[in-house]
Design a protein around this ligand. Sequence first.
Ligand code: NAD
Length: 498
Amino acid sequence: MSTAVDPAQTIRRGPLTLDPTELPPQRHFLGGEFVPGASGGELEIVDPCTEARIAAVPEGTAAEVDRAVTAARRAQPDWARLSPKDRASVLYRIAERVEQHAQTMARLESANTGKPPEVAEDDVLSGADTFRFMAGAVRASTAQAAAEYVEQHLSVLLREPLGVVGVVTPWNYPFLMAAWKIAPILAAGNTLVLKPSEQTPLSTLKFAELTADLLPPGALNVVTGLGPEVGGALAAHPDVDMIALTGSVRSGQSVARAAADSLKRVHLELGGKAPVLVFDDADLDATATALRTAGFWNSGQECGAACRVLVHESVAEEFTAKLVDAVRAIVVGEPAAAEVELGPVVSKAHYERVCGFLRRAEENGIRAAVGGGPLDGPGYFVAPTVLVDVPEGAECAQEEIFGPVVSVETFRTEEEAVRRANAVPYGLASSVWTESGRRAQQVAAALDFGTVWVNSHLVLANEVPWGGFKGSGYGRDLSIYALEDYSRTKHVMTNNGR
Ligand code: NAD
C-alpha cells in the first residue's frame, strides 16, 4: 500500500459513549409493536470506529415479511381514507418528534456509522424536513384539468395511493434514506414495510419507536435482516404493490428480477460516479474548497460524491495543488473528538473494498498526491485521498469506490470533457465549474446525469427531485415527483349526454 499517507492524517480519537437507554428495541416492528425474531438468528451491529459490538438485531425471515405485509395491508384503507390535511398533520407531528429527539437520533447514527456529528445532525434535520415538505405537498397536488375532452364526456383524474410499498434502504444515510421513502409513501396514502441495511438498522428502529404513538398500527413496519432474504421476500411478495430500493446496482437488478413475476412497480436509486468538470475559466479556489466537502462528506460514501474530477490541462497543476492542500487539512477521527470532519468507512468489508481500489490504482502507476491507504486501527479509517496521473478508462475513475477518494484526470476540449464524463455506466449527478454562462448551459444539457450543478456540488433540497439515469436507476426521491411515483392516476370519464 502507498506510503504517501501524510503524518497530518492521523485519527483523532474520542469514542462516543452511547447511553444504553438511547438504543431502540432490537426487534422487528410489526403492526405497531416490537416483536422478537422468530428464527432466533441475530445480526451484530458494530461501531466502525472501534470495531466493538454495540447491539444485535433479529435476522428476519420471509414469514416475518409476510406478517408485516399483512399488517400494512390491513392498515392501508383507513390510512388512505384520511384527508390529505389529516395525513399531513400526522407527518408534521412526526417531523416535530424527530426534531425533539434529534440529538439521540444523531448519536445513534454516529455510533452505528462513525459519522461526524455535523453529518449525522444534518441527516436527521433534513430528514425531518422531508416529512414537512411531503405534508405540505400532498395538500397542494395538481393534475390535468377536469374537462370534456370528448363532447359530453367529463374526464376527471384521480390520484390514488398504490397500496403497500416495500422499501429497502442502504447504510450510508440510514435515517435520511428511510425518511426520503417513508414521508412520500405515507403522504400519498400508502402503508409500508421497510428493511433497513443489516449494518445500520438502529436509527430506523428508533424512528419506529419514536413515532409509534403517532401512526396507526401497521402503517409503518420494520423487518430487520439480510438483503436477499428479507429484501428479496418483499420484492417477490404478491401483496406488495411496489418495491423501492436505494442501494447498489446489483441489489437493484436483483429486486427488479424478483418483482417481475408479480409485475409490481420498481423504484431504484442506485450507485453513482459523479464527474466534476473544471474548465480553464473556473474559480479554482472556490472549486477546490467546494470539493473538499463534496468529495469527502460522509467519508465519500455518498452516491452523488464529487469523486471524479476532469480538469482542463492548462489549469490542472494549479488546481490539483489547491485541491491537495485542501484535502490534507481534513480532520479525521471518531465522532466525539474535536472538530472531526471525516469518520471511518462503514464496515470491515467495505474498508477492504476501498483499500483494494487504492492498491490496484497504485499497482497501475496511479499516484496518491495525498492519502493513498488505510490509517492505523482500530476502526475502518481510510486517509482522505487524491489520485493523480489517472489515465482515461482507469478503474478508479470508472467504478464507484464509495470512499474518501477523489481522482483527477485532465482533458483538452469541451467535447472531450463531456464525452469522458458520460462514459460511465452511472447517471446520477455531475457538476460543471466555469464562469461562462454559454458553456455552463451547453455542458449541463449534454451531461447524461439526473442532477447537474453549476459552480456547486452536492447541494440538495426537499423541493427538487433526486434520481438517476442509466445504471443509477429510475424513479425520483424528494419533491412532488416522489409523491407522483408513489401514487397512480385513475381516469374517470362520465357520459353527460344521456
Ligand atoms: P447494498 O445494495 O449492498 O444494500 C442496500 C440494501 O439492499 C441493504 O438493505 C441490503 O440488505 C439490501 N439488499 C442487498 N441485496 C439484496 C437483494 N438481493 N434483494 C433485496 N435487497 C437486497 O448497498 P449499500 O452497500 O448498503 O449502499 C451503498 C450503495 O447504495 C451504493 O452503490 C450507493 O451509490 C447507493 N446509494 C444510492 C443512493 C441514491 O440516491 N441513488 C443513495 C444512497 C446510496
